[in-house]
Structures are given as C-alpha cells and as structure tokens.
Design a protein around this ligand. Structure first.
Ligand code: TMP
Ligand code: MG
Length: 210
C-alpha cells in the first residue's frame, strides 16, 4: 500500500504570504521527489466559484448565510479529488480552507457553530500553518484591493476570530508562524515543520469538526 500524502493548509490574513508559500512548498517537495499539488479556496473556476467571485468583486449581493454555504459547497465539490490525491500518495497544499470560511462569516455576526456545520466531515488537514502578521504590517505590504473584506476593519476582526478557531483546532494541528520575517526565512520554517509532519502521517484522513 502506498503511504498516503499529507493534507496541509495555509491560513492567514490577506498579504500574509500564503500564495507564495504554497507555491514554494509544492515546488520544493516535488524537487525532493515527494509528489505534491497545490489548490486554493475559493476555487473561482467552478459554477459556485463564479458566484463567489462575483460576490467578492461586489458585483452581486447575497445573504450572508447563502454566501457562506456557497463557500462550503465550493470545498465539497473538490473534496473527493483531494481525498483521491492523498490516497494516491500525493501531498495536497491548500491556500485557505474552512477556517477562512468561519472567520469571515462569523465576524459578520453569524453564529460560530452555525458556520462550522456545513463543513462537518470535510477532509481534515493534518497541519494548518497560520501565517501570522499584524494587520498594520499587512497593510504596509501594499494597498487594499477592491474586493469585499479588503478593509482594515474586517482584517482586524478576522485575525481575532482566527485565534479562536486555532484554539478549537488545537496546537497539535494548528501552528502559528511569524509571517513578518523575510520570505526565505518563512519558507525554511515551513519546510522544517512539513518534514516533521511527513515522517508521521499515517492512517486514514480525518474528518473536520467530527
Ligand atoms: P483570496 O483572496 O484568497 O482569493 O480569498 C478571497 C476572499 O474570500 C478572502 O477575503 C477570504 C474570503 N473567504 C471567505 O469569506 N470564506 C471562505 O470560505 C474562503 C475560503 C474565503
Ligand atoms: Mg484576496
């Protein structure tokens, strides 16, 4: 039987460097002979992803509950493919996941437990790397874009919500990394933690919030 791949998720505020680190990790794993693929949520290419993209671009309005469920559906659409990759021995490195789902919806006033429910049973990440950056430092990395949620008010509230989520996930699985360092230093830290994880990944993929 092939050893299964690891499911690794990056979370963090906008401009904390998630996309860069996902790309670098996938490349360095592949170079060292470990099969790895990247993915990101929202996946804006699917039908639900196009509705989400239009909402984020502020071209359409949706009820807060409805958009929350669309983000969750967008993950469920991809979940079988993630499991298939993991079972085939490929490590999956994902840019945002269900934790962003709770953080951004709960700060709008939706119940935390209600926000968790539609994601119950999704593939459970083996490791969540939270790239921690003070909202003020994130703002210095470049102006905000025009998408919904790209305001310092939202980012500050979301950061606090991520702290609560991290403590619910538990420090075994949820690791906070200082994203204020230069990109290479963060990459080295990431690589070290992933190497530790790859040594101990075994058994079936778990289920989120179950
Ligand atoms: P992106 O900038 O990484 O493409 O993410 C788009 C925005 O969507 C970002 O502000 C976070 C937000 N988001 C949610 O509100 N719920 C979710 O489930 C996910 C994955 C992202
Ligand atoms: Mg963004």
């Amino acid at each position: 039987m092939v050893k299964r791949g690891a499911f690794i998720v990056f979370e963090g505020l906008d401009r904390s460097g998630k996309s860069t680190q996902v790309a670098r990790l996938v490349e360095s794993l592949n170079q060292s002979g470990e099969k790895a693929v990247g993915c990101r949520f929202p996946d804006r290419t699917t039908t639900t992803g196009k509705m989400i993209d239009s909402y984020l671009a502020q071209k359409s309005e949706l009820d807060d509950h409805a958009i929350h469920l669309l983000f969750s559906a967008n993950r469920w659409e991809r979940s079988q493919a993630i499991l298939a990759d993991l079972e085939a021995g490929t490590t999956v490195v994902c840019d945002r996941y269900a934790f962003s789902g709770i953080a951004f919806s709960a700060v709008k006033g939706l119940s935390y437990t209600w926000c968790q429910s539609p994601d119950i049973g999704l593939p459970l990440p083996d490791l969540v790397l939270f790239l921690e950056l003070a909202p003020a430092a994130a703002a210095l990395r470049g102006g905000f874009g025009n998408e919904r949620y790209e305001t310092s008010e939202v980012q500050i509230a979301v950061k606090d919500m991520f702290e609560r989520i991290g403590s619910d996930v538990g420090s075994e699985r949820w690791k906070v990394l200082d994203a204020g360092r230069d990109v290479d230093a963060v990459e080295k830290d990431v690589r070290g933690r992933v190497e530790e994880l790859l040594k101990k990944v075994e058994g079936p993929v778990g289920k989120l919030w179950a």
